[in-house]
Design a protein around this ligand. Structure first.
Ligand SMILES: [Zn+2]
Length: 170
């Protein structure tokens, strides 16, 4: 399997593209758009011209798979851009590639680990622990398998806390 890197926005902000000669780089149009007004734009366009960086968008099927899993796990901080990166990695795996997501985003890492997609933290800020959220009602104490806004029993705003954690990542 050919190893490829899939970069999210945080990865571009911390990575020097010139350092990554060997491994093909992938990202999505949503990421490129987020970086539009940033200084990194120049190195990105150079990367695209040289064919080092490939910009692809994941199919809708992969996007909904990631979105559903993120919701199930109570991982609510993912943006559409984050989801696109995770979905692209998922899709590239179906093409017999070995995607590794480069990210500094904790929620991206967490969902990647639940998807069984490898990732690498760009900086030391990266947390290497996967979290299963316990979704619970603070008023009546009931717990829920998937995320909901309000408790169906007492109407209180539902909260979440880490249930268990394990070391993940490379
Ligand atoms: Zn309740």
């Amino acid at each position: 399997m050919v190893k490829v890197y899939v970069l999210d926005t945080s990865a571009f902000l911390n990575l020097n593209l010139a350092l990554e000669g060997e491994v093909p780089l992938y990202t999505t149009n949503l990421v490129i758009n987020e970086l539009r007004n940033h200084l990194k734009k120049l190195s990105i366009s150079i990367g695209i011209k040289r064919g080092i960086l490939k910009v692809r968008d994941p199919p809708a099927k992969a996007i909904s798979k990631v979105r559903n899993l993120a919701e199930d796990k109570g991982e609510l901080k993912l943006s559409a851009t984050d989801i696109s990166v995770l979905a692209l990695a998922l899709h590239l795996r179906e093409e017999e590639l070995e995607p590794i997501i480069l990210t500094d985003d904790y929620s991206v890492m967490n969902v990647a680990s639940h998807l069984g997609v490898k990732f690498k933290a760009i900086s030391k800020r990266g947390i290497r622990v996967a979290v299963d959220w316990l979704i619970y009602c603070p008023s009546c104490g009931r717990t829920f398998k998937t995320w909901i806004e309000k408790c169906p029993y007492c109407g209180s705003k539902v909260k979440r806390k880490p249930k268990k954690s394990k070391r993940i990542g490379t």
